[in-house]
Design a protein around this ligand. Structure first.
Ligand SMILES: Cc1ncc(COP(=O)(O)O)c(C=O)c1O
Length: 376
């Protein structure tokens, strides 16, 4: 069986976890947390990073920091994970869903301006498959209308837009280290802060509404309840695991890109013959090889392809269901039809992608796909 995902362990995770435990400071914001945060700040130029227990938590922090209140509107793509919307819905926001681009699941920047009203507070671009949204266009609209931009960079570690690291462009951004991502911590995430005005309050929200971080730095002589917040910071055990992954980031990225390219090279002749879509990397974006997907012609074809791969012991997976049609939100959605989003929801299929996937396995998978398309 070739799994869809297999978490990759670098071998140092347990050693660092033992080290973290032996320091006898196992709760959050210790040595490993600081090491991970500094790494991201230095490598990508984020002004301040805070590890969180998930990307969902980082998005929730962002929603609090943007002071999203009942009645405020937040523009997000409908083709995304529930958390992108949920974090803002919890603050009482109305979600205004935007469509995808015709040739890529990312939010269509050309369609955003029409959605803006005087209640719009935040735009949340999601860098699908680690490939950048058109951030210049999005930032221009946001600046023109004084709207915050929170990048959902859950899948976008070590990826770039016109040379700028993803997560460094919006006012705030959220990353995921869930075990399905390029670098992992089981469950884990990070808030990256690019607008300095948010840093002070973010630390407080992170530490259950207290100024404990300032106290531990010796900046105040007691700490107490000063704001809203929650327990967003992970323990040192999580940070120690993540550090082992971070140390191997370059190797992980190199390997994943090789796998991605092999998929691409073996499938590139199919679209012209069978009308399927392969991933597109716009000129302004890099590829961090988070995911390899193909876009089938219709849902029946996709179901048959997934079944064909399953019969041959290969796990492939479709992805998001349009959030504007979801059970929870469809009655609150304003009724606009979002055809590109619906097409990706119906037709996109993700192929196995993980560090230890062997070249011969990639070849076998692509052969099966070619065989499938020969017969239809
Ligand atoms: C685009 C996007 N945003 C947010 C999340 C939530 O991440 P986490 O599981 O770390 O909370 C995911 C999860 O895969 C995601 O794909």
């Amino acid at each position: 069986m070739i799994d869809f995902n297999r978490p990759f362990l670098t071998g140092k995770e347990t050693e660092y976890i033992v080290e973290a435990v032996q320091t006898k400071k196992i709760s959050g914001n210790g040595i490993f947390t600081k090491r991970c945060q500094s790494f991201f700040e230095q490598r990508y130029g984020f002004k301040k990073c805070l590890l969180t227990t998930s990307c969902t938590d980082a998005l929730e922090m962002a929603a609090i920091l943007c002071d999203v209140k009942p009645g405020d509107e937040v523009i997000i793509p409908s083709y995304t994970f529930v958390s992108t919307a949920l974090a803002f819905v919890r603050q009482g926001a109305k979600i205004v869903f935007a469509d995808s681009m015709p040739n890529h699941p990312n939010i269509d920047a050309d369609k955003i301006e029409d959605l803006i009203t005087d209640r719009t507070k935040v735009i949340v671009p999601v860098h699908y498959a680690g490939v950048a949204c058109d951030m210049d266009a999005i930032m221009e609209i946001a600046n023109k209308h004084s709207i915050w931009v929170v990048e959902d960079a859950a899948q976008a570690v070590d990826s770039y837009y016109k040379g700028k690291p993803l997560g460094s462009i919006g006012h705030l951004s959220a990353f995921s280290f869930h075990e399905t991502k390029n670098i992992i911590a089981g469950e884990g995430g990070m808030l990256a802060i690019n607008d300095e005005r948010f840093i002070h309050r973010a630390e407080i929200i992170w530490e259950k509404g207290t100024n404990r971080a300032e106290f531990f730095r010796g900046e105040v002589n007691k700490y107490g309840w000063v704001d809203t917040g929650s327990s967003f910071l992970p323990s040192e055990v999580i940070a120690a695991f993540l550090w082992a992954q971070i140390e191997n980031l370059d190797d992980i990225q190199r390997k994943r890109k090789e796998i991605w390219q092999l998929y691409y090279d073996n499938l590139v002749s199919l679209p012209a013959i069978k009308g399927i879509g392969l991933p597109i990397i716009p000129n302004y974006a890099t590829n961090n090889a988070h995911m390899f997907y193909i876009v089938c012609n219709n849902i029946e074809e996709r179901s048959a392809l997934i079944a064909h791969l399953k019969e041959n012991n290969i796990q492939a997976a479709f992805h998001y269901l349009s959030l504007h049609n979801s059970e929870y939100y469809k009655d609150k959605h304003d009724g606009r039809v979002l055809p590109d989003c619906d097409r990706f929801a119906d037709c996109l299929v993700r192929l196995p992608m993980f560090y230890e996937l062997k070249p011969e396995e990639v070849v076998a998978i692509t052969e099966l796909i070619r065989e499938f398309y020969k017969n239809i």
